[in-house]
Unconditional design. Sequence first.
Length: 570
Amino acid sequence: MQPQATIARQEDLFVGDCRAELALILDSRDFDATDREHRFFRYVVEETLAGRGDRIKAYSVAVEVFGRGEFFDPKSDPIVRIEAGHLRRALERYYLTSGQIDPILITIPKGGYVPDFARREQTPVAQSQTQIVSRPVVEPPARRMWSHLLIPAALVVLLAVGAAVSARWWTSAGIGIPERPRVLVETFEDQSGSHDAGRIASALKQEIVAKLSKFRDIIVIESAGKADDATIPPPRFVLAGSVTLSADAFQLRVRMIKRADNSILWANRYNGPLNVTALENAQTEIANSISSILAQTDGVIFQADDQLYVSEPPDDWAAYSCSLSFHGYRLNLDPEQRSSVRTCLEQSVRNFPTYATAWGLLSLVYIDEYRYGFSADPALLASRLQSALVSAERAMALDPANMRARQARMVALYFDKQIDAALRFGKESLEINPNDTEFLGEYGERLAVSGNWKEGCPMILESRQESSGASAYETDLALCSYFGGDYSQAAMWLKSTPAPQDPIYHLIGAAIFGEAGNAARADQERIWLEQNQPDLVKNVRQQVSMRLGRSEDTETFLGSLRKAGLEIAD
């Protein structure tokens, strides 16, 4: 037996090595985690190393790390579980990149938040032995688990699989996931040649990388890799820029380049002050703006890909193109296009069953079939809503941080009449990526039609203003103005909608013009509805109450439809 003093010294050394590994991870650019996740990681590691691992629960993390109040309920607020999932993925990425040869391995097993620590011997993988503990003690060799020997081997297997992937330019870096645009964020040039300019350039780049990385349908990289490395597809887009300083301000010039022909897809210039507090705020605002412009669903990246023609595309590109076509469909809500997009997405999830975005978009299509299936069999409509709920949950299980998955789950819950749950989930989701303008608009719409017009309508307007092109929210803004009593503004929004064949467009138009006393326009909308959507007219009360969360809003709207000449049973 070893003397107690020796064991204690070994324990102290191991704890010190674990703290050194913690510092190494937190300081690494390959540890792709938010500030909150940094705090989360530091907290659970330090608590465990201090012998307090048994106290680490969802409640303690939420209160002590995330600043939640003492009435935090982990059953209704899953923020800790979600952030733990993000943290686990960030650690996996780190150990597949910078941390491949680190002497200590830190993991957070699923089902809890207490980290495990392993010392990795610097020997060949086939002969290495890994010691894992969940508290800062040195366990005797007899208690080592053979399954832990598989951890380094698993890394080798993953790298070997990566080496076998074709280097076609359209190939995604993810296994079982179709094409995702790869964006290289280059180091910004320091045109002033000063320490301060270099520091600001570095900070701006890291902030932009962090914000862009929240968009799950792109892959953000900071190094292009070796030119002859056939295992990694080259980035198709490059974000480059330069920083210059004046006496009291900095200026960032930034541009997005399509690497295939070096054409500049987008460029802008940003200015910011140099005093410390304002500088940090300016960097955050600049990163928010750039990430939203580039990576939102109608942003620079996806617009460029939507215009790209690929002859005889492979399955992964076809699946990616399918997700692009969804957003075009959502602008006009054409039933024939909806059918083709649904078929395309169903094929995508068959070919790529782990493609979270496709599952989320498919759920949204099922929801549209539910809410626009005015003349369909009620049992079929109910099955569409159930399909939407199931598809949204599948998307969430695959990638809890995917905003299309979250959008689908929020909308499905709303139409399932779980309105409070939908709104709570929407609020939580917006905190994950507030720069996702499509989700912002959708959450704003859910808030508004649930009865919170004051809070929801500004979100819809902000989403519309941040949109790079036509948006799907003009009809919602018309409804906002209608409930605000501004019927001329409501008519203006209605006129600018890109989907004049949407039956709900005409229904809202009838209410607006009926309430405003514009008999000619009200008759026009009523006649269109009676001729083109008789089943909607027949079931108008049910259709309105399906969409509006408050009974008083439903009755107000139906009253306006009566003024437009529609007969509605009480």
